[in-house]
Design a protein around this ligand. Structure first.
Ligand code: PEP
Length: 253
């Protein structure tokens, strides 16, 4: 059985007081469920990571970064390394979120370096994949997801790949209010799991968690999670209010 994994991606939101307020709200509601029935994590902006880690205290809600650079240290102005993230208490790191692919322009090759560095640095990557609307309309979803997974995981041994969580996030559903129908998402999750079985093994494919992301909300969490290959949710907008994020966690367990 794969334990549900619900994560909140705060993107470029919150400030020094609202990040603490949001963390405290999540911590007070999620302590029991987080430890028993689900893995829960939040991904705040870099500058608020220490405050969020402190505010979450012993709640069992984990913390991750929204991005990382693949080099260990040195002359990389503006960048943050995995050892810095590990040093302050992060557990996870998003790699290849669609906004980094399509707004910032990250390539599959760069994302692959970030995934490998994240694992080498002792953090757990969440590798995000997903197609644009034009790619779905051109029946290219499986091709896009195959390319992103094969290139994103290139060079990783089975042992290393087992540290990865995959987030399937159709770009047309992110921040748009358009959620993929549960069956539509399940179809791609099933495809991803079969692809992982081909790339690695049935054991790895059965064990790895595949989250869905794209306008997940309290009122659609349970129906998405009812699908056999949807193991969790990566939540953007609806994770910025403790009540709605907690309701999503409840819907997911
Ligand atoms: C995301 O940022 O990964 C996301 C899925 O956002 P939203 O839930 O707002 O669509």
């Amino acid at each position: 059985m794969r334990k549900p994994f619900v994560a909140g991606n705060w993107k470029m939101n919150t400030d020094s007081s609202s990040c603490v307020e949001l963390s405290e709200g999540i911590a007070s509601g999620a302590t029991e469920t987080a430890s028993a029935k689900a893995t829960v994590a939040v991904f705040p902006p870099f500058v608020y990571l220490p405050s969020v880690i402190k505010a979450l205290g012993t709640s069992n809600v984990s913390v991750g970064a929204q991005d990382v650079y693949f080099e260990a240290n040195g002359a990389f102005t503006g960048e943050i390394s995995t050892s810095m993230l590990k040093d302050i208490g992060c557990t996870y790191c998003l790699c290849g979120h669609s906004e980094r692919r399509h707004v910032i322009g990250e390539t599959d090759e760069l994302i692959n370096k970030k995934v490998a560095a994240t694992i080498a640095g002792g953090l757990l990557p969440v590798l995000c994949v997903g197609e644009l609307l034009s790619e779905r309309e051109a029946s290219k979803t499986n091709d896009v997801v195959t390319r992103q997974l094969e290139k994103g995981l290139a060079g990783l041994s089975e042992e290393k790949a087992s540290a990865v969580t995959i987030a399937y996030e159709p770009v047309w559903a992110i921040g748009t209010g358009l959620t993929a129908k549960p069956e539509q998402a399940q179809e791609v999750h099933d495809f991803i799991r079969k692809l992982l079985a081909n790339m690695y093994s049935d054991e790895l494919a059965e064990a790895i968690r595949i989250q869905y992301g794209g306008s997940a909300k309290p009122d659609n969490a349970a129906e998405l999670m009812a699908q056999p290959d949807i193991d969790g949710l990566l939540v953007g907008g609806a994770s910025l209010k403790a009540d709605s994020f907690l309701a999503i966690i409840q819907g997911a367990i």
